[in-house]
Design a protein around this ligand. Structure first.
Ligand code: KG4
Ligand code: ZN
Length: 333
């Protein structure tokens, strides 16, 4: 398909997003309506509120993506939409909008895995080379994914409890920082010289991760300090926590990259926006001599451009969904 144009839609969590992608690699338009302001009041994402926001915004967001791209529906070759995982009520708003649009304009539709989207955000900035190792770290995921070719995903390690982003958000709460806490912890961590010493969960002989012990260690530390009537230094707590997360993520990613002789390592998902993690992975892989990439910040957090990139590759390989598509909250990669 020459000059393939895809409309992509993403509503799996708290961003209502639409984008137009040309040939799987070029962003023609990229619109994201965030609900973070209204979810902040609740300290996290409330599913019913997320769905209501998506309903209010979805049509506007799709229209804006078309307008920004200066194209008409007849210029499109297909519609890609996040099928899962995510909040089912939120997913269904995007899926139903995608189905209605595809039906009205006689376009094929394709359901995309949200994490495949995060990984394919990289296709928008550079050529993906295989075998490729992706560290996917977001509010809902912490996974090491090995890709031997386009569309082939092997999860070689994953979290056994909290996702990295979830741990960030919970620790931020302990430190009285607003939701989403990741960026705040990241900023605080850079303001301290030394961090509080927290444990690292290595889970020997496995590429799996665990962050709930670390989260509890932070909570206990705060509790003990409170009991002793001492003030915690939030910067030092943030640094100690971040150092633990970053060291484990970096060490395991390097170990896997060596074992599978990968040609490229990429980081994906909201937590890959983390400055400490980025610089640690950059340093480690420059030492290893393996190319390492992270997409620019606005392609790291949830957006539809990444769904369009993944969807375009799927369209090209002949994959199609149909109008009976449903939201899959627990969809496997
Ligand atoms: O990928 P994403 O936008 O949504 C999910 O699919 O989950 O990731 C959101 C997560 C949140 O937990 C947020 O706190 C975290 O990414 N995050 C960060 C940073 N920016 C966003 N975590 C650590 N450091 C950051 N700079
Ligand atoms: Zn995400």
């Amino acid at each position: 398909m020459e000059n393939q144009m895809i409309l992509a839609i993403e509503t799996s969590c708290d961003e209502t997003a639409a984008a137009i992608i040309r040939n799987g690699t070029e962003i023609v338009s990229n619109v994201v309506a965030s609900q973070i302001e209204s979810q902040k009041r609740f300290g996290g994402v409330v599913p019913e509120i997320a769905s209501r926001h998506h309903v209010e915004k979805i049509t506007l967001v799709i229209e804006k993506a078309l307008k920004d791209a200066e194209i008409e529906p007849k210029d499109l070759d297909g519609v890609a939409v996040t099928e899962g995982p995510g909040l089912v009520g939120a997913l269904l708003i995007g899926i139903n909008a995608a189905k209605a649009f595809a039906f009205a304009h006689g376009l094929p539709i394709i359901g995309v895995h949200h994490i495949a989207g995060h990984i394919y955000a990289n296709a928008l900035v550079q050529k993906m080379e295989f075998p490729l190792l992706a560290l996917v770290v977001s509010g809902g995921h912490t996974e090491l994914v090995l890709m031997k070719e386009h569309g082939h995903f092997e999860v070689i390690g994953e979290t056994r409890d909290d996702a990295a982003g979830e741990a960030y958000d919970k620790v931020a709460r302990v430190l009285n920082m607003p939701y989403p806490g990741g960026p705040h912890i990241d900023r605080l961590a850079h303001e301290a010289e030394i961090g509080v010493e927290f444990p690292r969960a290595w889970l020997e002989d496995s590429y799996d991760f665990s962050f709930s012990g670390l989260k509890s260690a932070v909570i206990n530390y705060k509790h003990n300090m409170d009991q002793r009537g001492e003030e915690i230094i939030p910067e030092q707590v943030a640094k100690g926590f971040q150092d633990s997360v970053v060291e484990v993520l970096t060490t395991k990613t390097v170990r896997a990259a060596r074992e599978f002789h990968v040609k490229q390592v990429i980081a994906a998902g909201g937590v890959s926006a983390n400055k400490g993690l980025r610089s640690s992975l950059e340093q480690a892989f420059s030492k290893e001599g393996i190319p390492f990439y992270v997409p620019p910040l606005k392609l790291c957090t949830d957006n539809a451009a990444m769904i369009g990139a993944a969807g375009s590759f799927m369209f090209k390989s002949g994959v199609r969904s149909n109008l009976s598509m449903n939201g899959l909250p627990g969809m496997e990669l």
